[in-house]
Ligand binder design. Sequence first.
Ligand SMILES: Nc1ncnc2c1ncn2[C@@H]1O[C@H](COP(=O)(O)OP(=O)(O)OP(=O)(O)O)[C@@H](O)[C@H]1O
Ligand SMILES: [Mg+2]
Length: 508
Amino acid sequence: MEQLSWASEADGTLQPLNGFTCMGSRFGVRPDPSGDGDGYMSSDALVFFDWDSYRCLDVLHEREDELDCDADDDEQVKWLRVTTRLLRTIVDDLPPDVLAIDLDAAGKVTWTSTDPQHNSNVSTYYPSVDEYQLPPSSRNLTTLLRSDLTVIDRLGSGVDKVSYICPISGQEKTVAFKSSPAVAHFGGVWDEIQIMARLPPHPLILALDSLVLEELTGLGVVGFTTPVIQARTLDKLSPSPFKLRWLRELMGLVDELNLEFGILHQDIAPRNLFINPDTDSILLFDFNWAAGVGQTQKDGYKTVKPARNDVKGVMYFMYLIITRDPKYSVWQLDFVEEDVLEDREGWIKHPQVQLDDDVSAFYDELMAWVRTRRGHSPLAHHTQATRHIEVPIPPKPSRDEVEGGRGANLAGVVTPCQSRLAAGRPVLNWQRPPKAKIDKCRRLLATGRYADEKTETVPIPVPDPKRGFPQPPARLTRAKLRRPVRNRLGLGGSEAPPNRKTKTRRKE
Ligand SMILES: Nc1ncnc2c1ncn2[C@@H]1O[C@H](COP(=O)(O)OP(=O)(O)OP(=O)(O)O)[C@@H](O)[C@H]1O
Ligand SMILES: [Mg+2]
């Protein structure tokens, strides 16, 4: 599902949605607040995912001056930002079982619902380690259960600092745990694990440490861990000079990835690089957008996005490191024009940035490399690369996972949790206490639960070892409330603008 965490302003810059991702909208049905008995209200509720508590919430937000259906996108975006700002102030105090709310124009909560019909969460198919078909070199990767991980801190969206007792050494290990709790295709980590596990160990690439499995069956892969890097990502200003050597390392690494392995990272940006304090060299991570040259969605992997090409990514990286241009600092690579990056006039060093050489030295060396790369005849397919890596075709989830879900026979199978729950199927819980409410005297696990908390035991049918999830025979009921709606804000395939036209209808 396409999601919107950043909204485009009139001047083209992107602004975050206050720690939420807008997952779209859905048709909501609520009791008539006029209380005159038998009426009900219907409206489009926006569905927000909160990256702090990993909860999904249907939000209806009334505004005094009704927003017209045809209001332009800037108006709609402004409205999204107003809503999420208000939501931020109240979300931590909502009981964890609340699934939908109404906010009045001032942001006061006027209605809440715990009715399962308002559960907008989705569930996905988590392939098993077997289905990943990892190469022999990765077979000795540790596998852990999510419930083995104690959360120490939150490092970023979907990334926690966690510790676990290493099953081999018996020693406690602190690592970074990455998952995709705003559930995405195949757990959202399929491609990233496939690529990271198949690239040979590289001093400039963050290594895999372990695979993390869901604790319901102990089969489905929900994420992975990497060594924690004790450094800030390069989007944060550093007091020490940025070295020309680091730019050379990055250009060399991108050549190696693109030309030798046939892999495109597609998200080269300061926020996805560290300077490794142990080696004083760059360290690239976040292969979330990575794809093989020529890979298509048909293969079930991320597609190649020309506007995210790595040569442009390196230009974007270096331009931002030097200029700290606030206009571009929150942009995604796709939105930046290459002409802007190439224009030498724009390369004005930010007063607080330190470099170990002149701006010209960085610019000239970078542009010489860009020219060489552009003159290089491109690979048509990653299999033409000298050290290309083979990735398996994703498994086809069994029919019961597809029914009522999206993306039949493709990599992406996403089923409404509501349907699974109605069919008596287990759903993996991601919701966790908001950071401000964590009980520091208790051990919080990566399951979102405290270690001393009693969890309901779900009767688990005997799992098929090839699958990541149990497979009870019950039929899925289709989600009744979902309906196709317009796509205006780039909110994804089924989004409606945050139009707040609410109508009250009488029951016959
Ligand atoms: N191994 C690690 N050690 C320390 N911090 C980490 C590590 N891995 C990730 N982080 C932190 O978590 C943040 C998010 O990680 P990552 O970039 O992999 O996730 P993402 O959700 O794909 O990010 P985005 O799409 O916003 O770039 C990073 O910017 C970094 O601050
Ligand atoms: Mg990142």
